[in-house]
Write a protein of this length. Structure first.
Length: 554
């Protein structure tokens, strides 16, 4: 991105703020026009000592914020603007009928929309044919209803076009209007959860363009987890002695499947709430995964905002996370990124643009099932960027994807890029424009809406530990004799397998792999998961960090 002169920057932002930044970096005010905005905002990236990421799942931008009506200040020009949301006339056609966007959406969706590679191809392009190793077809966003009806046993074609009203998601809407909402943040590829989450950790999915099968996962363990040609952001931080930590809402997070991640690197989310309140929280990068609930049945009782679960539980997780950081000693030097891994099959009206391929794999490589070239973004997902160094009520129309997360970490902590994707991605340090932390950021957020959905223990910061314990009871299993090779289930089983291997002597690996390879049904998977869960609880039963030296990676 071309540099913008300080004088132009001052006109867009206001001279008082710009002059304050100039004073901090030792630049005379007004400066010569040769001094760039890039040099001025270096002060923001240097002040940031703690980056937090909370990644939820499976919701599109329009589905969550399309009807929010948020207006604010353009993060680049400083002019009044509004989010690129819905005007109410957007629609899809199916079987001779037209189905328009509508509100409100159901708090829990009756079925899980399709979001595998071919599902998204149909949603975006109206076709399920992709030329192996070829150019992604023309995107017209025309097939969301058709895909929904093909993947669902429901009778309402318009369900997939439903979007939330602002009062249904008060926490998300408050954060989006108080800080920065990014309305051009895209899934890193037009596909499912696992490869999209990998982009947040490695600016690549290692060629993976689909949800892996159990057989594929067994092969991953020949190299001790899923690996990337250029490693992960955690590997980079280790080499540079930068401290990081992982927190998860349940025992088997996605990140546990990565090579180099050990069970002892992952703490329960309830401990995050206590740890971040400490005066010596010395962790530079904190990645938080939600709870996925009962993923062997209906995903209910989690906080991930999976479509089958109550969406307000994810709103509660955002509130808990923000308030913990906002009221902590690290708030003034913090940056919190909240985003969603992929769109989950829900309608979005914006055409995702072409993307820069990571360049670390080729079509047809080890994990590449569809021959995808990674030169196309997936649909938009919500993203809210939070820091006391960000001016209030900004809207950022620049293009981002999940590779902007490692790109931001690289900018903040002086790391080299891993792939061509993060090397070319916009990072978030340009948003850190205030010379002094804001004092008007809300200390508390509004409570989540009352959904009326029952059957799960409540979630809040005060109930986090109790909910984690409740989820450790043997979960219900739907369709117990069905195959395990469905959607995200093999990926979750990979996390279970990784924990089992980590907690067992090396000489037991062959026996464990044989046990894993014998799992064929969902009932088998449930039995294995409970066996491993018992093992997991012992090393995770240690008390909260009490000493001055944290157990960290790096």
């Amino acid at each position: 991105m071309a540099d913008i002169s300080v004088l132009k920057f001052a006109r867009s932002l206001g001279s008082n703020t710009a002059s304050g930044i100039a004073r901090k970096v030792g630049v005379k005010w007004p400066p010569p026009p040769t001094i760039s905005l890039r040099n001025l905002v270096l002060i923001g990236s240097r002040v940031i000592k703690h980056v937090f990421v909370l990644m939820l799942e499976n919701r599109s931008f329009d589905h969550m914020l399309g009807f929010s009506g948020i207006t604010g200040t353009d993060a680049v020009s400083g002019q009044p603007t509004q989010i690129n949301g819905l005007n109410g006339t957007e629609s899809n056609s199916f079987d001779g009928q037209t189905y328009g966007v509508q509100k409100p959406a159901d708090y829990a969706i009756p079925a899980d929309p399709g979001h595998e590679f071919l599902d998204v191809l149909e949603q975006l392009c109206g076709t399920r044919f992709y030329p192996f190793g070829g150019v992604y077809p023309k995107v017209v966003n025309s097939g969301f209803v058709a895909s929904w009806m093909a993947a669902s046993v429901q009778s309402n074609p318009g369900e997939i076009m439903k979007c939330y009203s602002p009062n249904q998601l008060p926490v998300l809407n408050k954060l989006a209007s108080e800080f920065v909402v990014c309305d051009n943040w895209y899934a890193s590829l037009p596909g499912p959860t696992w490869p999209n989450r990998f982009f947040a950790h490695a600016a690549s999915s290692g060629g993976l363009d689909h949800s892996p099968s159990a057989a594929e996962i067994a092969l991953w363990e020949t190299v001790d987890g899923f690996s990337f040609p250029n490693g992960t952001i955690f590997d980079r931080m280790n080499r540079n002695h930068i401290k990081w930590r992982l927190y998860a809402g349940d025992d088997f997070p996605v990140v546990a499947g990565l090579k180099g991640i050990h069970l002892t690197d992952i703490d329960p989310y309830s401990k995050f709430l206590r740890d971040v309140a400490r005066s010596d929280y010395a962790i530079s990068y904190t990645f938080i995964e939600p709870s996925y609930g009962h993923f062997l049945s209906d995903y209910k009782c989690g906080t991930s905002q999976h479509p089958l679960d109550d969406v307000t539980r994810g709103d509660a997780l955002m509130k808990s996370t923000y308030e913990a950081i906002r009221n902590s000693p690290v708030w003034n030097t913090s940056l919190l990124i909240i985003t969603w891994d992929e769109h989950g099959g829900f309608y979005d009206h914006v055409t995702p643009p072409r993307a820069v391929a990571p360049g670390d794999t080729a079509p047809g490589s080890e994990h590449n099932q569809n021959g995808f070239t990674f030169e196309q973004y997936g649909p938009r997902v919500p993203a809210v960027i939070i820091s006391p160094l960000i001016p209030r009520n900004q809207i950022d129309h620049r293009v981002y994807d999940h590779s902007s997360i490692p790109a931001t970490l690289e900018a903040c902590f002086g790391l080299n890029s891993m792939t061509q994707r993060d090397a070319n991605a916009n990072n978030l340090t340009r948003l850190l424009l205030l010379s002094n932390p804001r004092s008007d950021a809300p200390v508390m957020l509004p409570p989540p809406a009352q959904s009326g959905v029952t059957g799960c223990p409540p979630f809040s910061s005060s109930h986090a530990a109790a909910m984690e314990q409740a989820l450790r009871a043997p979960p219900p299993v739907s369709r117990p004799q069905d195959s395990i090779d469905e959607g995200n289930l093999p990926g979750f089983l990979h996390s279970v397998l990784r924990c089992d291997l980590a907690l067992s002597p090396p000489e037991q690996k062959a026996t464990i792999m044989a046990r894993f390879n014998a799992i064929k049904t969902r009932a088998d998977a449930s039995q294995y998961m409970e066996e491993v869960r018992v093992k997991v609880q012992a090393p995770r039963s240690y008390p909260s960090h009490q000493s001055d030296s944290f157990r960290v990676s790096g």
